[in-house]
Design a binder for this molecule. Structure first.
Ligand SMILES: NC(=O)c1ccc[n+]([C@@H]2O[C@H](COP(=O)([O-])OP(=O)(O)OC[C@H]3O[C@@H](n4cnc5c(N)ncnc54)[C@H](O)[C@@H]3O)[C@@H](O)[C@H]2O)c1
Length: 324
């Protein structure tokens, strides 16, 4: 049996020995190879005879699946699995597993870190002091202060709820739009469920925590930025696909929003040389790093390996989460 651990080279910069050990616990005779993904053709050659794939971001659409005839199971070592054609894998009887939950607290912490850094102008001061050598009072825009401000969440799932609790600790009032949320759970949390227009009208901070679906792809566009009446700080730590990036740049240029904190962009591997969001003191970009912590990585590695071995030993029912 052959298992291929594959992803973009930097994604593989984690302790893969641990994953190989987890896989060998259940499949001691498996041949386990690591393949840093560079181009599709080389990947197809490497993976043609693989029984199992462990990956987060490699596209597994129909043309890719056609080139992987031996494939019996896929384990996505992330919560999002939007790079996989689920209907096609289902048709072929290939179980696809993803991680249910491993980094909720980390992503909520990161959201608050972006919010606090933007409101407190940390990038502005750091640039002044480190780059220019300037120490000056009142050099940055006046912070809004979180206490008493209104946070509007899109998506009141696991991460949205964890952000709500933190924001309430800072004295913020929390609104949320989520047609699938449980109203009783929202009420118990002290979060007011509302509609998008009300949220745009009232929020000082707007934060996206929706899972990406065809319904919300390109959701935050110019028309919506124009409706954000209080010039909010805009945060996106979910998926870049929910935001029309050109419209976001325009919203920043026109001052429709006062700042943006983004852990994800439209492209998973953005071309930074042509990125109009770089180099702004009111924009903080982090490279899809919100999930990252020692605890989260340990959980991610263990669960993704156990998902794959459960499927490859004929027990998909024992996987933490099969998504197709
Ligand atoms: N940046 C990172 O490192 C990182 C890490 C983990 C997860 N994420 C992203 O965060 C997202 C949320 O994670 P989660 O664990 O909270 O997922 P979740 O499934 O618990 O919550 C997602 C919520 O979004 C809501 N939603 C979906 N479509 C909506 C719409 N059109 N309008 C309003 N609400 C809508 C759902 O009802 C759900 O409550 C993930 O899908 C993933 O893309 C990012």
């Amino acid at each position: 049996m052959k298992i291929l651990i594959t992803d973009y080279p930097d994604v593989l910069g984690r302790e893969l020995e641990k994953e190989i050990a987890y896989l060998h616990e259940d499949l001691p005779d498996a041949e386990i190879l690591v393949y840093p993904y560079t181009d599709p053709e080389a990947f197809y050659r490497e993976a043609a005879d693989a029984d199992g794939l462990l990956t987060a971001f490699i596209p597994l659409d129909k043309p890719a699946l056609d080139r992987l005839p031996g494939l019996k199971a896929v384990s996505i070592n992330a919560t999002g699995y939007n790079f996989v054609d689920l209907a096609e894998t289902r048709r072929r009887g290939i179980p696809v597993c993803a991680i249910g939950e491993y980094c909720t607290q980390e992503v909520a912490d990161h959201t608050m870190a972006l919010l606090l850094a933007l409101d407190r102008n940390l990038k502005h001061y750091t640039d002044d002091i480190d780059r220019i050598g300037r120490w000056q009072y009142y050099a940055a825009p006046r912070p809004m202060g979180l206490s008493g401000a209104v946070l509007g969440l899109f998506g009141l799932g696991k991460i949205g709820r964890a952000v709500a609790r933190r924001a309430q600790g800072f004295g913020m009032q929390v609104l949320a739009v989520d047609p699938y949320a449980d109203p009783a759970q929202a009420a118990a949390l002290g979060v007011t469920l509302t509609d998008a227009d009300t949220l745009f009208d009232r929020s000082d901070v707007i934060s996206n925590h929706m899972n990406l679906t065809p319904e919300n792809t390109g959701f935050f566009d110019y028309a919506y930025f124009r409706k954000m009446r209080r010039r909010p700080i805009f945060l996106n730590v979910a998926r870049g696909g929910s935001v029309n990036e050109a419209d976001l740049v325009r919203a920043l240029d026109e001052g429709l929003i006062r700042a943006a904190g983004l852990d994800v962009l439209e492209a998973e591997k953005p071309d930074l040389t042509h990125c109009a969001l770089r180099g702004r003191s009111n924009v903080i970009l982090t490279p899809h790093a919100a999930f990252y912590s020692a605890r989260a990585i340990e959980a991610l590695q263990r669960m993704s390996c156990k998902n794959l071995t459960a499927c490859l030993t004929g027990h998909p029912d024992k996987a933490f989460r099969v998504v197709n």
